[in-house]
Design a protein around this ligand. Sequence first.
Ligand SMILES: *[C@@H]1O[C@H](CO)[C@@H](O)[C@H](O)[C@H]1NC(C)=O
Ligand SMILES: *[C@@H]1O[C@H](CO)[C@@H](O)[C@H](O)[C@H]1NC(C)=O
Ligand SMILES: *[C@@H]1O[C@H](CO)[C@@H](O)[C@H](O)[C@H]1NC(C)=O
Ligand SMILES: *[C@@H]1O[C@H](CO)[C@@H](O)[C@H](O)[C@H]1NC(C)=O
Length: 491
Amino acid sequence: MADNFLYFCLFCSFVVLTQSAPEEALVTQLPGFSGTFPSKHYSGYVNVDQNHGKNMFYYFVESERNPSEDALVLWLNGGPGCSSFDGFVYEHGPFNFEAAKANESLPQLHLNPYSWSKVSNIIYLDSPVGVGFSYSKNKSDYETGDVQTAIDTHAFLLKWFELYSEFLPNPFFIAGESYAGVYVPTLSSEVVKGIVAQKKPIPNFKGYLVGNGVADDEFDGNALVPFAHGMGLISDELYEEVNSECKGNFYILLSETCESKLEKVEKNIKDLNIYDILEPCYHAPETLENTDIKIRLPSSFRKLGETNRPLAVRTRMFGRAWPLRAPVRDGIVPTWPQLLDAESVPCTDDTVATQWLNDPAVRKAIHAEEETAIGKWELCTDKILYDHDAGSMIVYHKNLTSGGYRALIYSGDHDMCVPFTGSQAWTRSIGYEIVDEWRPWMSNGQVAGYLQGYANNLTFLTIKGAGHTVPEYKPEEALDFYSRFLAGKAI
Ligand SMILES: *[C@@H]1O[C@H](CO)[C@@H](O)[C@H](O)[C@H]1NC(C)=O
Ligand SMILES: *[C@@H]1O[C@H](CO)[C@@H](O)[C@H](O)[C@H]1NC(C)=O
Ligand SMILES: *[C@@H]1O[C@H](CO)[C@@H](O)[C@H](O)[C@H]1NC(C)=O
Ligand SMILES: *[C@@H]1O[C@H](CO)[C@@H](O)[C@H](O)[C@H]1NC(C)=O
């Protein structure tokens, strides 16, 4: 509609500014919240493939500051298989969710003073289809991978920008966490290809952010042992032994002795909360009863991961150890529920999100399909079968940063799932000149972490004391580095 209007009215874009966003997507109230929205919220589906009925769900929060000038950010959680409502509910969304009391049927929503919508327009997208509220009418779409996912999310973006064309001039960034360490650079690369080909609409793409993201099997695979040693989780003796037996290579296991030393490492760390070694591990009632972890993967699926490497590292991955000793490798990446005979992600309490997002009134309010049509909302689903088919992300990062796009690679430094040691090593390995030498960065008058700035606007940054999902642990510090990065300021 806006496009047609623009066609006839080249000089009155101010009218388009107020009329473009689809009215039917406006969220007018949310169960559990009794206040006034600080900005406009929209949500709904974008169809990316008519024939297949492939529908991607987004929730869009306008900036609470200046929607027409502030950056626009697409946010993606990882998994693969995890919904971006993880970010919305637990990390940097506009609300803090308070668990329902005994006399209440729903969690209570309070405004989040550190919401990323304080300084940016932000789209939370459930991707690929099969995840969160996104779905396809053709179930064959649930078998997917990196390449297809990037193509679909790019198709989503182009359609989204058609609907919300007033946001085309805003500086645009892509951000995500964990396995979105793959989604973000692969999608950014699709976006850049589209820009080069002048494929309309053309977003004002500026750069990207990755938090505790997977990037490269070798760097990520070698990250855990130095992390465990540096954090005081293993002894000096064991560190020396494992290094000499494995020759500093914990990625491809070369010998039985190396293997047995790594088992000792694992024994020391396996009961920690891998998402934040300082936090207790939450045990859901059902997992307490079932301490014997079994595997729910069908045997045909398990075969897909087989390898010719000297030791059967891949099969070992389907045990308690993943992802402690088996980072994301080429091939099928099992989702948490597929890996463990458990409904939920280990150590993680997702009750509030699960309760709120499955409430029929909430689903209605946010224009999500009913449970009878697409099933229950789950934090991380086992509906999809996902192939890591894009290889190492390092070449993507090189291409994007040398093409003038800004990149912030940040790590909560107490995360053991994707430890900062891997991100630190691969960013350094790119070999760019250091332009801002390792230094503390400040938030609220305190050291909030450390950073190293490289040429081509590549920055590696840690957040002191944060786990895997940085804004969940350090909301104020996270909003600080986020807003400085978007503004192009020194952090
Ligand atoms: C539930 O009980 C608490 C006190 O225990 C009270 O403050 C609150 O208003 C009650 N909520 C409802 C919905 O009745
Ligand atoms: C689903 O998609 C696949 C691949 O395009 C196609 O072969 C199949 O016929 C489709 N199934 C249905 C029910 O449309
Ligand atoms: C990186 O850039 C080179 C040269 O422009 C290109 O051939 C290659 O396909 C790009 N790779 C990726 C992963 O974008
Ligand atoms: C780095 O980013 C700034 C701010 O966006 C920009 O002005 C500058 O040209 C970029 N530098 C490089 C080398 O891309």
